[in-house]
Write a protein that binds this ligand. Sequence first.
Ligand SMILES: NC(=O)c1ccc[n+]([C@@H]2O[C@H](COP(=O)([O-])OP(=O)(O)OC[C@H]3O[C@@H](n4cnc5c(N)ncnc54)[C@H](OP(=O)(O)O)[C@@H]3O)[C@@H](O)[C@H]2O)c1
Length: 264
Amino acid sequence: MKIDLSGRAALVTGSTQGIGAAIAAGLARAGARVGVNGRSSQRVDESIARLTKEVPEADLLPVAADVTTEEGARLAAQALPQVDILVNNLGIFGSEDPLRITDDEWRRYFEVNVLAAVRLTRLYLPGMTERGWGRVQYIASDSAVVIPAEMIHYGMSKTALLAVGRGFAKQAAGTGVTVNSVIAGPTHTGGVEDFVYELVDRDLPWDEAQRAFMREYRPQSLLQRLIEPEEIANMVVYLSSDQASATTGGALRVDGGYVDSILP
Ligand SMILES: NC(=O)c1ccc[n+]([C@@H]2O[C@H](COP(=O)([O-])OP(=O)(O)OC[C@H]3O[C@@H](n4cnc5c(N)ncnc54)[C@H](OP(=O)(O)O)[C@@H]3O)[C@@H](O)[C@H]2O)c1
């Protein structure tokens, strides 16, 4: 299967590092023009420099804006008025005692992880349906389905994203626009190595360390290693393609079998 996204414009929110940066690289490699987004120009420019090294032919556009605010969404629309592929990747996560999560924190998780994606969908979906082609995706998490007690607020936000994706897929029914969520599992992003070495023997090489960590702390994973960001990106690139035209309204798993379920 050859995926060709040339002529398509994409926006990947939160693409200065981690899964977002890998998605930006994947889409650019497939030929799309990609808006690289983060809150500061410096971080966006640094990310573009790294991505250009990785994918020399990449056509990348800086979109420095805090897209979790109305003003930020407006700035993004100015920088990139037409988007054919919208990847709502940005998200915050952290653990907290469920009985101590404040009202403000619940609101913050909803606003950053859910409302920002809804706002951008509202902004770009009408153009996609008018043109008769588009792809909207939401990066959810295994925590949307298996709610961790110490991350109820995060789990809530990711479950909400699945609902939002299914709903907007219905809104786009019959238009040539597909809308899907990707359920990412535990992924090897920045900071994760430090976290793993806090829990397992520091002298172990990375590969053994992550396997020891998975055995002990994530036994549900069938992969028994962390997922690489590129592995999440591969699904997003496929869903962005013409070839994925019959897949809409879904929640597709790249979770290494973490969620113990046959159905997605
Ligand atoms: N890592 C995992 O194991 C895992 C597992 C399942 C699902 N996920 C989901 O995958 C997505 C990406 O996770 P990640 O681990 O790659 O995240 P990450 O490393 O923490 O990166 C977050 C990205 O979001 C950007 N960002 C944060 N707030 C922003 C804002 N207000 N406006 C614009 N950009 C903002 C950051 O850029 P700046 O700091 O430059 O603004 C950064 O590029 C999230 O939705 C997460 O919930 C992650």
